[in-house]
Design a protein around this ligand. Structure first.
Ligand code: ADP
Length: 291
């Protein structure tokens, strides 16, 4: 296959105009069929299951959890991919230490491979300067994420993890409507569990009729370096009440660990021990078998 570098003009384009403006109240058309806005997968791609990793707000560790789930699933021997849909805060390439730009072949854009052969696509693999901010409006963001699905050659993927834009606003909603998501994992910090933020994520999943695989509490506690006892920085966890209220499976409670932070900063996430994430990977594998 002939590979060539991608020019920014190849992919940075205006959103495609669709005839339907999604405003059914003002529409005179009679359509009985529900409209499917989801992008079509590239003809050369094969993706078995897509799992969206969501959070009610930024900075709770969604990208880190997405990355470690991909690493743990890969360690189980599966073909794994990450679609970085968090366009305004793309951190996946940095976490994996990816420096090269994506290339393209006759069939589309080729994802960049990590050291352990996880396939990654992110806006930071396409722009010239990865520190340039992406200051786009919702439709352009959604259109670019659609292109990540349609124009990227995701050849033979068992599990694709989608690092979603944070929150439950217009952008994550449009991304959900654009991609065929099979399941959702919610990442929450202890502070979010005492607010309505998790409820909003659950409601969004219900609206989209996408099953929630479970919830991960990140930054749940820290281990005291002196006495090695867990220390609950944010007080007693509320994960059990929240999980019971929404009938969610608790997949993991992840401690604050400086090893995670430095691996994310150094781009060495694939060298981190994934004991706790391997258990989650096994739950995901069971979930897929039960489908
Ligand atoms: P989000 O995707 O939700 O915005 P990130 O995954 O980018 O959040 O995480 C934000 C920062 O917090 C990163 O620097 C990451 O390394 C750090 N971080 C996340 N979870 C942990 C953890 N459990 N222990 C230590 N650092 C963490």
């Amino acid at each position: 296959m002939k590979e060539e570098t991608i020019k920014e003009t190849d992919w940075e384009q205006e959103p495609t105009k669709v005839e339907c403006d999604h405003d059914c109240d003002s529409c005179t058309e009679k359509c009985d069929e529900p409209v499917d806005f989801r992008a079509k997968l590239n003809e050369m791609s094969h993706v078995e299951k897509t799992i969206a990793v969501v959070s009610g707000k930024g900075g709770v560790g969604k990208s880190m959890v997405t990355s470690l789930l991909a690493v743990a699933t890969r360690r189980r021997g599966y073909q794994t991919a990450i679609l970085d849909a968090d366009l305004t805060g793309p951190s996946i390439p940095k976490v994996f230490g990816l420096k090269e730009r994506a290339t393209q072949c006759d069939f589309g854009i080729l994802p960049v491979l990590t050291e352990t052969k996880i396939k990654v696509m992110s806006i930071n693999l396409l722009i010239e300067n990865e520190t340039d901010p992406v200051v786009w409006r919702g439709p352009l963001i959604a259109n670019t994420v659609k292109q990540f699905w349609t124009d990227v050659v995701w050849d033979q993927v068992d599990y694709m993890f989608i690092d979603m834009p944070p929150g439950t606003g217009d952008v994550p909603l449009t991304v959900f409507q654009s991609l065929p998501v099979d399941g959702i994992i919610i990442v929450a910090s202890p502070q979010e569990l005492v607010s309505m933020i998790v409820t909003k994520s659950v409601r969004m999943a219900e609206m989209m009729k996408i099953p929630i695989i479970g919830i991960v509490e990140n930054m749940s506690y820290a281990i005291c370096p002196g006495c090695h006892e867990p220390f609950y920085l944010f007080g007693k966890s509320h994960i059990e009440e929240v999980a019971a209220e929404h009938r969610l499976d608790i997949l993991a409670r992840i401690p604050i660990d400086p090893a995670y932070a430095s691996a994310c900063d150094d781009g060495t996430i694939e060298q981190v021990s994934t004991d706790v994430f391997s258990i989650v990977a096994d739950r995901i594998i069971q979930w897929r078998k039960a489908q």
